[in-house]
Design a protein around this ligand. Structure first.
Ligand SMILES: O=C(O)CCC(=O)C(=O)O
Ligand SMILES: [Fe+2]
Length: 339
């Protein structure tokens, strides 16, 4: 089944008008502030492939908006098992305070999932529908070189509610064609109350000229105030409700912001990055050697950049990750060519 732009929220509030002058005639084009949602059927889910029409929607949404929501992709039970573990880990990481891997503020934590025999599940981390969608934009066999998550924690007296600045995770000069897509999987339904990410649809077309803060700084990639002001007039941001079981595919360049979690539950959102084969991102992911076989069976459409370490070593080290902007999302051997 195909659905167009989100229908759950009042549509009138979603449409903004933009006026174009074309050959002297005023034309009005409506831009929705909400994202396209593809409802995945049970036969698509079990075959691991979207039908052609749903793939078209996903592909066109990524080109036009820089984001698409795929609903009903992941089994809830699988998310629950991982969530229980990752919520405990998130609280531990937040407790590290200044030394912890927080992103912009201490209510938002960069957190790696344990890629061990108990928690690794290919239908989550290597989901074939997600890969079908990303490779329709990035080209065949995207590189998977980053598996992590962003956790929005409920406020506490020590860490009052705080929002991130609007930013792009592509905090470096980058191609103007799509080169990287983030596959986000929230482990619970994500709402404005529990810190659903603020997204600025259509902003994947902007470059580093809109940003301040250099790569390597904790608060890099921030969008300058003047650009935000201008963009808000054309297409305002939104904080979508994303149902549990959904996969959100987002262009790495898209402007967005982690928001305060006003609820009681930690909101963990997995983040796998798929890079185009030609984009020479050098990162790699640590997996337990116990998942080697499953990884081998499910990875023919992805080029996984990974290392296998013993389960014991991984369990002792997977929470030693860095904050988000410390990772290298750029490529090596950058070309010196003007486009
Ligand atoms: O947690 C979120 O909703 C987004 C976090 C984020 O964008 C970041 O830390 O770079
Ligand atoms: Fe971000």
């Amino acid at each position: 089944m195909i659905s167009g732009p989100i229908t759950s929220v009042t549509r009138t509030a979603l449409l903004q008008a933009r006026t174009h002058q074309l050959a002297g005639i005023a034309m009005t084009r409506a831009f929705s502030t909400n994202s396209h949602v593809v409802k995945v059927s049970s036969s698509e889910r079990s075959s691991g492939f979207l039908n052609d029409k749903n793939l078209e929607i996903a592909n066109r949404a990524l080109h036009a908006d820089g984001l698409v929501v795929l609903e009903d992709v992941i089994e809830h039970q699988k998310l629950d098992l991982l969530n229980e573990k990752m919520v405990t880990d998130a609280l531990y990481l937040q407790g590290l305070g200044d030394k912890g891997p927080y992103n912009y503020n201490k209510g938002n934590i960069q957190q790696d999932p344990p890629l061990t025999s108990t928690y690794f599940d290919s239908s989550i981390f290597l989901n074939p529908i997600a890969t079908q969608v990303t490779s329709s934009v990035l080209g065949p066999k995207p590189r998977l070189s980053f598996i992590s998550s962003n956790s929005a924690l409920p406020p506490s007296p020590l860490y009052p509610p705080s929002r991130q600045p609007v930013h792009s995770d592509a905090d470096f000069s980058h191609p103007s064609s799509p080169f990287a897509l983030v596959v986000n999987i929230p482990l619970i339904t994500m709402t404005p109350e529990n810190g659903s990410t603020e997204i600025w649809l259509g902003t994947h077309c902007f470059g580093k000229e809109c940003q301040e803060g250099e790569h390597g700084e904790r608060a890099s990639g921030r969008i300058r105030e003047g650009f935000l002001e201008q963009r808000r007039k054309t297409r305002a941001p939104c904080q979508p409700v994303v149902q549990k079981g959904s996969v959100v595919v987002r262009d790495l360049r898209l402007w967005h912001a982690g928001m305060p979690n006003w609820g009681n539950d930690v909101r963990v959102m997995l983040a796998m990055i798929h890079f185009s084969g030609w984009f020479r991102n050098p990162m790699d992911v640590n997996f337990s050697e116990h998942v080697k076989e499953e990884l081998g069976k499910c990875s023919e459409d992805l080029r996984i950049q990974g290392k296998f370490v013993s389960e014991e070593k991984l369990l002792g080290s997977y929470l030693e990750g860095k904050y988000g902007n410390a990772y290298y999302f750029d490529q090596r051997e950058k070309l010196d060519v003007e486009f």
